[in-house]
Write a protein that binds this ligand. Structure first.
Ligand SMILES: NC(=O)c1ccc[n+]([C@@H]2O[C@H](COP(=O)([O-])OP(=O)(O)OC[C@H]3O[C@@H](n4cnc5c(N)ncnc54)[C@H](O)[C@@H]3O)[C@@H](O)[C@H]2O)c1
Length: 340
């Protein structure tokens, strides 16, 4: 059995997914859809996808398939997810879940137990998976600090090819939401905690855009871990993402270049392998989504787990405006434990 998938949004990330699909034996791409008809046609030819649509609603009405992969601008994430759920489709939604926590929480309340996963594929990165499992099993004891650096260079072309990235209304944010949210999602999953407060600075340097291109922040988690985060689109090219952890029984260091590695210091850790095989985190995420749809094997990022990253980012944006430390929604509502 295969998951019959429709790809919606035939842009940058969808090309990687369609290319990697050849390494996901349980996936069959049956349709693609883009509001830009030429782009949809080119995509269908390049990846040999038989059905082509320009209108998402028509695709949902007319075709028989199991799941959609939504790789569209952020302002369409919630409405398109809901439309798919109404037609009983499973959904693999590109990150972030929504433009902010409130929008994401509203979606979570509306989709109930439907199968909606968010493609935060770094949870399936082999080194980050091993590190997360070690933290979840408390092998390093109490985690004192986590320093996350996300230096992902972007050129003018990035905003020219996808102008929605410039718009605050359409994207909801810049480097924090589109780039750092991958690693904030990973961090709160690995700590198994919610963010409680944040301070931060953001700026719109180097491009004519409405969203931040650089951000420095410190976030405190429920258990007291201090997470310092720098995220930048205006850094020099090809720099590594790094995560440095200092803890009660030792330390850990993750680096994604030249390939993802994690090193532990001060304590012996057996590195757990991701629950699904593959050559790349994105491929593993796709394979795991198929296993979820076909066999009920849990996918690592069910939609509601994508909320803590949004709560942290909302607090950073707020702090950057007020110049003060700001609480997250979890602390404001005294709901750290029951607000999943
Ligand atoms: N997981 C990752 O590593 C990763 C990497 C890059 C982007 N993303 C996410 O993927 C999503 C898409 O980003 P991208 O960089 O591919 O953007 P993009 O601009 O390259 O592609 C978006 C596509 O959506 C199409 N589109 C817009 N409105 C549509 C509609 N109503 N119906 C159908 N198609 C429509 C556009 O024409 C475009 O082709 C975003 O959520 C982004 O954050 C994830």
């Amino acid at each position: 059995m295969k998951v019959r998938l429709a790809i919606v949004g035939c842009g940058e990330i969808a090309s990687y997914v369609a290319w990697l699909a050849r390494f996901v034996p349980r996936l069959q791409m049956i349709a693609c859809c883009d509001s830009d008809q030429q782009r949809a046609l080119r995509f269908s030819q390049r990846y040999r996808i038989p059905l082509v649509y320009q209108d998402y609603r028509a695709l949902l009405e007319k075709e028989n398939f199991d799941a959609v992969y939504l790789a569209v601008p952020h302002d369409l994430h919630c409405s398109m997810t809901l439309q798919a759920v109404e037609k009983s489709k499973a959904v693999l939604l590109e990150k972030p879940l929504a433009r902010n926590f409130d929008e994401g929480k509203q979606l979570i309340d509306q989709i109930g137990e439907s199968k909606v996963g968010v493609n935060y594929q770094y949870r399936y990165d082999s080194a980050l998976y091993a590190l997360a499992r070690a933290l979840q099993k408390r092998e390093l004891g109490q985690i004192y600090s986590m320093c996350i650096q996300v230096p992902w260079h972007r050129s003018h072309e990035y905003f020219e090819l996808s102008p929605w990235h410039r718009s605050l209304e359409r994207s909801g944010g810049g480097t924090l939401l589109t780039q750092a949210s991958h690693f904030l999602d990973w961090a709160f999953w690995a700590l198994d905690e919610k963010p409680v407060c944040a301070i931060g600075f953001t700026d719109k340097v180097a491009f004519d855009v409405e969203v931040e291109t650089i951000a420095h922040a410190v976030i405190q988690s429920q258990g007291g871990t201090l997470i310092s985060l720098t995220s930048s689109m205006i850094c020099y090219k090809e720099r590594a993402v790094t995560i440095q952890i200092d803890a009660q029984h030792g330390a850990a260091f993750y680096c994604d270049r030249p390939f993802p590695t994690v090193k532990f210091q001060g304590t012996w850790v057996v590195k757990e392998k991701p629950p699904i095989r593959g050559i790349h985190a994105l491929q593993r995420s796709l394979s795991a989504f198929c296993a979820w749809v076909l066999d009920e094997t849990p996918y690592l990022i069910p939609a509601k787990q994508a909320l803590p990253a949004l709560a942290a980012i909302d607090a950073i944006y707020c702090a950057a405006q007020t110049g003060k430390r700001e609480s997250t929604i979890y602390t404001r509502n005294h709901q750290c434990d029951n607000l999943d």
